[in-house]
Design a protein around this ligand. Structure first.
Ligand code: NAI
Length: 777
């Protein structure tokens, strides 16, 4: 073919990257791998083949870890941890930096090995995955360096169990290992069974960098090995993968005190408004859904296009699809490579084949005869309720629907159980910045898509999991506050008999939706104090929880108020409490039999003022990211928070949970101190006179054990906190698996309400949303 002809047809010639070095490395290792434990590779054992999905060829044999291997890895990590932590951030930074340098030095080998093992186009592994891996280690070398000065109250969690998927094998490893090591933890990591090779090459790099033995341990195997890690003696589990497995891990770790972060699936909306730069939006879609064959948790897999341009947009999109080149992942001219494994290919096929709705279009480009290839696919004209609009396909399949107004776009975008990412295309900056805060997602890209950087936290809300990876917020997931939390004191209600202190029956009602409410059960219990019978309180049941949650969910407007307004209201609550300080102090003394009521009231006023002070100051950040843009990290309220309040200090415990939560724009359902509930029922009189809108604060009385489960399992509750002296962490965490709500339960950290740890509360009361916008040249 002449050059002229090439220009005319725009045809291409293959430009294959050589696999020789990578295959030679596999041969050098004997084509068989054991685990990497305590700084050395174990002898290969019984296991399974790792195949190249583009050809079906066996690349290497991997070992399926047994319980003894996992135990050995965990104990190596345990042994290595104290020394690694004590070395200090600057010492650890040197190792992370050395790893980053070695990753850079061997970047081509890593890229080729990744493409061989996973099937992703070499252009992606070479230009996206591996550079981001290096960036992550450099960035976290810096975080280690800064830890002592910038996070003086933080310390390592200990040993972290980390389980990663197959779609970005080395990148997910980097996201897990780099921050863990930077903060002084040691790790046991399991790569996915389809794609373990770059993790094993990484182990080799750790040895080359002279990383102390046991700091990084890598065990291979399938989900059974994952389960062993989850059950092992680790302090934290970090998981990326399917929502179904994430839920199982939440249930399995319930009540164990293990920290947990879950980065799960998604069905992210890709919204195109009629004023968008259409050609850019089409190119964006190529990155959104055909990048990595659509096997991306935040893939823009759900196209929502404004009605007026829908036909033209789809037409252009189909034309673009036809130009996508599908084939050998090692060919540098290839756009779409192989799906990771025949199992995944079959899943995609059967999901598409079983769909009868809409119109299916598949790209015209020829598919290789062998290997796991699936054509880029568009299914247009779907309704929100269609299965493929809701279920994650995790393949190169885009589903699409249309909308008329921006309001409808938001409604459709949020009509999903997931909340990982969203993309907005419009030339109108007002529209983009109006829509971005309304999208329920952890990441929003404006006029771009699938951008990642170590400085910008990544993670989702709803059933896309919890916790962030990257940025300052990602470090929280690998640290805990210094020192041991004090155990919660078990408070017992006074028992008594005899005449009531006040002859008139005083049965304090609960407080729901801004009104006093009788318990649904119709039952109440006496509250005794030192002087005698102080009154009665209602015993809330499941129905009362539902009513309170409904009221809180309805008070959405609170989340949109300004920090300034919320501060004013919190100050006002403090002021009104101060005006009745003596009365509250006497009530506390009467209930607890102690004489520290006045002190507790004063501490409560202080805490209200501190939360008020923060309400308009706990700001987000703007991250400089290495693209033409910035990532604006906004702090958003979590939503509805259910909290079991501390028993021992009935007023301070209530205020400690309530004040920071509402300061950040959350609505709360508070279960009052179980033995001393009357401080809470007196307190709503203060709320009633302090301009707190109805439904923002709801107060229930009764048994924490009874209330924990309905609160934790309610789908409209977004987070549950427990400071109860009854350890309900197992029940709460298990029940919270339903909609994967955040939980903060009384392990060591939850005792923090003793001291003023408002920042920790503010953190628990907010989600960080990173909004990427074009900026500068
Ligand atoms: P998966 O969630 O089963 O696998 C991810 C990792 O978890 C692998 O390392 C696996 O060995 C491990 N694992 C499996 N069962 C486990 C258990 N019970 N306890 C602990 N670890 C366990 O994902 P799979 O089956 O490979 O893919 C199925 C679907 O999951 C995909 O079609 C896709 O929808 C979704 N997925 C989402 C990912 C994401 O990044 N959000 C990544 C991979 C898959």
């Amino acid at each position: 073919m002449t050059v002229k002809e090439i220009f005319e047809t725009m045809d291409y010639g293959p430009a294959p990257e050589s696999s020789a070095e990578a295959l030679a490395w596999l041969v050098d290792q004997g084509d068989k791998f054991g685990h990497y434990i305590d700084g050395t590779f174990t002898k290969p054992g019984k296991g399974f083949d790792s195949r190249n999905p583009a050809t079906g060829e066996v690349l290497a044999k991997l070992t399926q870890a047994k319980q003894a291997d996992v135990d050995a890895a965990v104990s190596a990590a345990r042994k290595a941890q104290p020394k690694w932590e004590k070395m200090g951030g600057a010492g650890r930074a040197r190792y992370l930096y050395a790893i980053a340098r070695l990753l850079q030095k061997h970047s081509r080998l890593f890229a080729v090995l990744e493409s061989l093992d996973n099937g992703k186009p070499i252009r992606e592994s070479r230009d996206i995955d591996i550079p981001l891996v290096q960036r992550h280690f450099y960035y976290h070398a810096g975080m280690a360096q800064l830890m002592e000065s910038e996070l003086p109250n933080a310390e390592a969690l200990g040993v972290c169990g980390q389980i990663v998927p197959w779609n970005f094998p080395l990148l997910m490893l980097a996201w897990k290992i780099a921050p863990a090591l930077a903060m002084g933890n040691t790790v046991v990591l399991k790569p996915a069974e389809y794609t373990s090779l770059t993790a094993l090459l990484f182990a080799d790099i750790c040895s080359q960098a002279g990383l102390p033995k046991g700091v990084v341990n890598i065990v291979t195997g399938d989900g059974a090995v994952g389960e062993m890690i989850v059950a092992s003696d680790v302090d934290k589990i970090a998981f990326t993968g399917s929502t179904a497995v994430g839920r199982r891990i939440r249930e399995a770790t319930a009540g164990s005190g293990k920290a947990l972060t879950l980065e799960l699936g998604g069905k992210s909306a890709y919204i195109v408004f009629d004023d968008a730069d259409i050609d850019s939006a089409i190119e964006g879609l190529v990155d959104a859904i055909w990048f990595n064959q659509g096997q991306v948790c935040c893939a823009g897999s759900r196209l929502l296009v404004q009605e007026g341009i829908a036909d033209r947009f789809h037409e252009k999109l189909r034309a673009r699809m036809d130009t996508l080149r599908i084939g050998d992942p090692l060919d540098k001219c290839i756009d779409v490579g192989a799906v990771v494994d025949p199992v995944q290919l079959q899943t995609i096929k059967s999901m598409v084949d079983s769909n009868t709705a809409g119109h299916v279009y598949q790209a015209a480009g020829a598919l290789p005869e062998n290997g796991c290839f699936y054509p880029p696919t568009l299914i247009s004209g779907l309704e929100t309720s269609d299965q493929l609009m809701q279920e994650e396909i995790f393949g190169p399949v885009l589903v699409s629907s249309t909308f008329r107004t921006p309001e409808e776009a938001v409604e459709l975008a949020n009509n999903t159980r997931y909340g990982l990412a969203a993309t907005v295309w419009t030339e109108n900056v007002n529209l983009a910045l109006d829509i971005a805060p309304k999208l329920v997602a952890g990441v929003v890209w404006v006029n771009a898509t699938n951008l990642f950087d170590a400085a910008a936290g990544f993670g989702g809300v709803r059933e896309s999991g919890f916790g962030r990876e990257g940025g300052w917020e990602g470090l929280t997931a690998y640290t805990k506050p210094k020192g041991k939390g004090k155990p919660l004191a078990k408070a017992e209600a006074a028992m008594g008999e005899g005449a009531p202190v006040d002859p008139i029956d005083r049965t304090a009602k609960m407080y729901v939706g801004g009104k006093q409410a009788r318990p649904d059960s119709g039952y109440s219990k006496p509250v005794w104090g030192k002087p005698g019978l102080l009154g009665h309180v209602g015993l809330a049941n499941r129905k009362d929880v539902r009513n309170a949650v409904e009221a809180a969910a309805g008070a959405k407007g609170w989340s949109k108020t300004t920090g300034h307004l919320r501060a004013q209201i919190l100050y006002y609550i403090g002021e009104n409490l101060s005006a009745r300080a003596g009365e509250f102090a006497a009530r506390l003394d009467a209930m607890t039999g102690r004489k520290d009521g006045a002190k507790e009231v004063e501490a409560s006023i202080q805490r209200l003022f501190t939360a008020a002070a923060w309400a308009d100051k706990y700001d987000g950040q703007v991250h400089g990211v290495p693209i033409r843009g910035v990532a604006i990290a906004m702090k958003e309220p979590v939503g509805v928070i259910g909290a079991l309040c501390a028993d021992e200090a009935p007023l301070l415990g209530l205020v400690s949970a309530m004040a920071p939560a509402i300061a950040m724009g959350n609505r709360v359902v508070l279960a009052a101190s179980e033995p001393y509930p009357l401080a809470a029922t007196d307190f709503y009189q203060i709320l009633e006179t302090s301009d707190v809108p109805a439904g923002v604060v709801n107060i229930l009385t009764g048994s924490h054990t009874e209330l924990a489960k309905p609160l934790a399992s309610h789908l409209n509750v977004d987070a549950v906190w427990s400071f109860s002296s009854t350890d309900l962490s197992a029940e709460i965490e298990r029940a919270s698996a339903g909609n994967l709500k955040r939980s903060w339960v009384n392990n060591a950290m939850a005792t923090e309400w003793h001291e003023d740890q408002t920042r920790r509360f503010l953190q628990a009361a907010t989600e960080v949303k990173n909004i990427w916008v074009p900026y500068g040249e």
